[in-house]
Write a protein that binds this ligand. Sequence first.
Ligand code: ADP
Ligand code: MG
Length: 398
Amino acid sequence: MSPRKSSPLENVLGRVDDLDQQNLAILVQRLARERRLLETVFNTIREGILVIGRGGVINYANAAAAGLIGFPLKDLGRVILWKCVPELARTLHLDLGGDLKELSGISREVEVTYPRERILSVYIVPLHIENAPEATEREAGHAVILSDITEEKESARQHVESEKVQSVIDLAAGVAHELGNPLNSITIHLQLARRQAEKLEKGARREKLEKALTVCGGEVERLDGIIKHFLEAVRPAEPDLAELDLVAVLEESLEFLGQEITDSGLLVDVDLGSGLPPVMGDRGQVKQVFFNILKNAREATPSGGKIRIRTSFDDEFVYIQIADNGQGIDEKDMPRIFRPYFTTKADGNGLGMMVVQRIMRAHGGRIGLDSQKGKGTVVTLQFPQKQRKVRLLEGGKG
Ligand code: ADP
Ligand code: MG
């Protein structure tokens, strides 16, 4: 075996006992310089870099790492990684305060909520310091490399989603086209049949026939309406933006659905507050959003239940919250709620929430969903204000 090569610095360190004061001072300066350089390099890197020791104690962290998982650098040596990022401990099946057993590399993606909602890619490798003189120094814990992949993930997800939505729209357009022709033909033939019926002698038979034809005509009209609404809902119309008072739009939607809701034995608890700042929106589309959400709330909530509506705002957004204490959403269904055709109802079409999401996005808004199976669901709609106030970065200068 060939002897391993050592660096010039190590050579000097090997002879530390022989060094005089002056050379020792030079050596210390050199070490300090090298350390500063490394530190600067590490703090320039966008990736977070940590070194953890026993029990997950963070012994080193660069600036990016401290920012990504949210702890002050002065707490190095005291903070435990698993407590900062419990999501990571969970995916690794570690108890808080536990030790990493595996010696090979570990790679995970975790969603963290603190200090911001982010998706992090985490790579963990054991650190072996080969040249360490003492065996105990050779196992230096683990290096943890964190990269923020939120944007990447989000854009990939949105891409997939918009493709799915597009395919539904294409399909819907196709179906509507196909249905339009036979419907027209049925309408024409119904007219012909009606004319023939009129030529019959008056009496019970003619009456029966005319009644049947009227029912058929009504049903054809209904079918036509269904297709029209379906297309309206699915076609990606650009919102026709105008200044909107969301409270007024909500009230209109409630007027429309209110009776149906009370007929189902539900209590509507509305407190719309006052002074809600205006937003820019397409009245029809926003009404559609409220309608779809209220309808879902009604369908999910058994008689005796309650639908609660609240509004609020901050410097930038207006929030509408519609909560029900109905059946809630299964945790496993949560990621599928906005998918086209996802429904848990026997007579559902699974398009309502997809349309809601599409409209909210077209308005620069967002929809949040919190639900607990058996307890209820809270839908939060976030609309950007017409005039967004610029937040003062440093409050009260001078
Ligand atoms: P549909 O109402 O036709 O089923 P939606 O897109 O409106 O389609 O909703 C999709 C699914 O989301 C519903 O089938 C239901 O499982 C779930 N969902 C939506 N809103 C609620 C709610 N408020 N409570 C419980 N489940 C809900
Ligand atoms: Mg629905």
